[in-house]
Design a protein around this ligand. Structure first.
Ligand SMILES: [Ca+2]
Length: 456
């Protein structure tokens, strides 16, 4: 070896060393940002099982690269999920998890319309480009004007809430006849005798938009439980003007079995009128031992619900424990299996129940899709607009941790593609809404409201 080639070799070794060092620094910056942004929530919602947190245990350890060979593979090609599975469960059918990655081709504008709010749990467009939004912890109901990026003073007349942990003022929705009735529906965690419940109430938005008048509680998802986790709390109206309400099973091992009980409103989809009465076509109205408001059961904690714009199917998304978050199509009277079966594990790493993942073989309804590892799915909305044609009828779900918006492509009842959006924003995405104009609106626990639309 000559002197010249030896120094060339040394040069290349140094170059590789410097590049490797730079790459390491880059990775450190990325992974450092995530725990920092989540720290507020991590302290509020501790990570042990009793005080379940909606966060995967290995939150800070994310990297861009798959940890083992083939982790991102799926039946239909490269999966949107690049992290290794945390369980050894196999899907009941190939399309049930790790759908092939898809990518939006439309050039998008992403704008932060509002910043500096609290946990922005629910949103409803009550007037073109004007939203009613809830603040979970302060229990404030605000009006956000998307044209001006302005935020109103808190609306008077909202209910007292229990805002510990996951509780507070949760969802907001308006009925199909809002323009005449001006009725606004809210969900919240309420202190009653014996503990807390997920409650639904309604009030009339005054003409000056400063107050909710004659607010009254119309429904309480009893029994009360001494706990401040897993309230569920999403509401949506059907075409008849009746309400679907989602609940949780209150998290603890001692309360979670109530998801299977038809004499409790915990871990259910509930179907009620605007007066809080059970809808008379509900599946258990003839069953004397069952609560008449129950529509479906065996759920863990549902924070997303919407109707498919084309099929009319009612879809929900529910948190699993460690992995096993589920997308389900809700049919009346069906049992979705929690806590008997699950595609997830306890936070301790132990099996849930006996570690059986198959739903159908055990007499339960299979989720149409599940995530392993978790997507921590919260609010969701179908894109029922043609402003971005390639998004039409796609489902968008807020991911709390890891921090992204999930785009899901559905054919019939099968998930055929998945994309993760706004991964660089490092926000806990709490609720998703599609405006009349076809903008995708996403609220976050960090107090932001994003507007995502086709670039002009
Ligand atoms: Ca299930």
């Amino acid at each position: 070896m000559t002197k010249i080639s030896w120094s060339k070799l040394m040069f290349f070794i140094m170059l590789i060393f410097i590049l490797a060092l730079a790459a390491c620094n880059g990775n450190n910056e990325t992974s450092d940002q995530e725990p920092a942004d989540d720290s507020g929530t991590t302290t509020e919602e501790p990570a042990d099982e009793g005080a379940e947190t909606e966060e995967p245990a290995e939150e800070g350890a994310e990297t861009e690269e798959p940890a083992d060979e083939g982790a991102g593979e799926s039946a239909g090609g490269e999966s949107a999920e690049t992290e290794p599975k945390v369980t050894e469960f196999e899907p009941a059918f190939p399309e049930q998890t790790r759908a092939p990655a898809v990518e939006t081709e439309t050039e998008l504008d992403v704008e932060v319309m509002v910043d500096g709010l609290g946990v922005t749990w629910g949103m409803a467009e009550f007037d073109t480009n004007r939203l009613l939004v809830t603040q979970r912890d302060s229990a404030e109901l605000l009006i956000v004007d998307l044209n001006e990026g302005s935020v109103s003073n808190p609306i008077e007349g909202t209910p007292e809430v229990n805002s510990e942990d996951q509780g507070g003022l949760l969802d907001v929705a308006i009925p199909p006849d809002f323009d005449e009735s001006r009725m606004v529906f809210l969900t919240f965690s309420q202190d009653i005798e014996g503990g807390t419940v997920t409650a639904v109430g309604k009030g009339v938005l005054s003409e000056d938009e400063n107050s909710l008048e004659n607010f009254e509680v119309i429904f309480q998802a009893t029994p009360a439980y001494e706990g401040t986790l897993h309230y569920g709390g999403r509401i949506i109206f059907d075409d008849d003007g009746n309400l679907f309400l989602t609940t949780g099973e209150r998290s603890d091992v001692e309360s979670r079995d109530r998801a299977q009980d038809l004499d409790a409103y915990l871990g259910k989809v509930i179907h009620i009128t605007q007066d809080g009465e059970p809808v008379d076509t509900n599946p258990f109205v003839e069953d004397e031992d069952a609560l008449d408001g129950i529509y479906s059961y065996g759920h863990r904690n549902i924070q997303g619900i919407d109707f498919h714009p084309e099929t009319g199917d009612l879809w929900i998304v529910e948190f699993g424990p460690q992995a096993g978050d589920e997308l389900n199509i809700i049919e009346p009277g069906n049992n979705y299996g929690w806590p008997i079966v699950s595609y997830g594990l306890e936070y301790s790493g132990e099996f849930v129940n006996e570690g059986i993942s198959e739903h159908e073989a055990q007499g339960f309804i299979e989720p149409r899709y599940y995530w392993d590892p978790t997507s921590a799915p919260s609010g969701m909305s179908f894109y029922d607009n043609d402003a971005i044609p390639e998004w039409e009828n796609n489902l968008f779900i807020g991911g709390l941790a890891p921090n992204y918006i999930v785009r899901v492509i559905i054919e019939g009842d099968t998930i055929v593609g998945e994309e993760r959006l706004l991964t660089d924003e490092v926000q806990r995405f709490r609720d998703i809404l599609v405006t009349e104009d076809g903008a995708l609106i996403a609220s976050t626990d960090g107090g932001r409201i994003y507007k995502i639309s086709a670039a002009e």
